[in-house]
Design a protein around this ligand. Structure first.
Ligand code: AHG
Ligand code: MN
Ligand code: MN
Ligand code: MN
Length: 337
């Protein structure tokens, strides 16, 4: 009989991707599988580096700012270098967009057919406090006949072939979609493998949790203020919504994906285009949420994935979460105040 409690048939990320490849694209070249293996190496290396960061004095500021004006943390820079080297070493990535790089990176000698967009360390302002941070990524297949140029990445989110994030918390969680739903993996550091722990994850249709930085409420539109005020009143069940805001998008989205609820970083009179970047924050999270049965819209209630970015660090306001919660929000975004 099977020994109680000992799992002897573990589904690793590698095995899962190979199964997916056989199921979804029998004549696939296996290139995306190889790319995802290079991605998982980057996550393991970044997880290892973050875990040791306080021991090797890697916390604190690097003393420079990046293209989007953020103060770079040492780990922003290290995470970015780890990621760039892992993508260059993969052999099948031609282009890379990173929050920490002003311009598109072209791997000249690569014959790769993929473009990757990434936020190497998301939530880095929280790093020194030991709060969960993560890496967000999205993958585009080069356009037919393309040798690799900016046109391969300034595309709508609907064209992403894979997207997700790895959150570095008590353990490292990789949430991934390759277009057939969302699957979650947990890093077993002893085995050095991501193990399937959330097969075919679906977000609850509603949940009375809202996640937003209320410190910006003075700058919000009347519609957003009215919406948030409506959540603070006792609902049909006599209880108001709960407020949960961590300040790392990856951690706030991970909780939203697992528990349900709504997360928002709307544009406001202070940040006219919002704060979050379209290519490597909004698109990957929007694709994940839609694949898990949720929704992601901009300040006008339009589908995030339909946006067409005109430059690599373009920002957008974003609301994402349970379908029932986003539907409740929509009238407040569209009604003329
Ligand atoms: P990053 O650390 O990659 O620059 O991203 C930070 C983002 C995102 O993680 C989070 O949702 C948001 O900044 C928090 O912004 P506020 O501190 O203004 O709430
Ligand atoms: Mn940043
Ligand atoms: Mn970020
Ligand atoms: Mn970042």
């Amino acid at each position: 009989a099977e020994q109680k409690g000992i799992q002897t048939d573990l589904v690793t990320l590698t095995r899962f991707i190979l199964d997916e490849q056989k199921k979804s694209a029998p004549n696939a070249t296996g290139e995306l599988t190889l790319l995802l293996n290079s991605l998982q190496f980057a996550f393991k290396f970044i997880a290892h580096t973050i875990r040791r960061s306080e021991l090797v004095n890697l916390i604190g500021l690097a003393g420079v700012t990046n293209a989007t004006g953020d103060d770079q943390k040492k780990l922003d820079v290290i995470g970015d270098e780890i990621f760039i080297n892992a993508m260059k070493g993969s052999g099948n990535v031609k282009l890379l967009v990173s929050e920490e790089q002003e311009d598109l990176i072209v791997f000249e000698s690569s014959k790769g057919n993929y473009a990757v967009v990434c936020d190497p360390i998301d939530g880095s302002s929280n790093l020194d406090a030991g709060v969960s941070v993560g890496t967000i990524f999205g993958v585009y297949k080069l356009l037919p006949g393309s040798a690799g140029s900016i046109k391969d990445v300034l595309r709508s989110g609907t064209e992403m072939v894979a997207a997700g994030y790895t959150m570095y918390g008590a353990s490292s969680h990789l949430m991934l979609t390759t277009g057939n739903g969302v699957n979650g993996f947990t890093l077993d550091t002893d085995l050095g493998e991501f193990i399937l722990t959330y097969p075919s994850l679906k977000i609850p249709h509603t949940r009375a949790i809202y996640s937003i930085n209320e410190g910006n409420s003075h700058y919000w539109t009347d519609g957003v203020n009215e919406y948030i005020a409506s959540l603070k009143k006792p609902q049909a069940n006599g209880k108001p919504y709960s407020a949960r805001y961590i300040g790392s998008m990856v951690a706030d989205v991970h909780r939203t994906l697992l528990y349900g609820g709504i997360f928002g970083y709307p544009a406001d009179s202070k940040s006219k285009s919002g704060k979050l970047r379209v290519l490597y924050e909004c698109f990957p999270m929007a694709l994940l949420l839609e694949q898990a049965g949720g929704e992601a819209v901009n300040d006008k209630g339009e589908r995030i994935l339909n946006l067409e970015p005109k430059q690599v660090h373009e920002r957008s306001g974003i609301w994402l979460g349970s379908k029932g919660e986003v539907e409740r929000l929509l009238p407040y975004l569209t009604k003329k105040i």
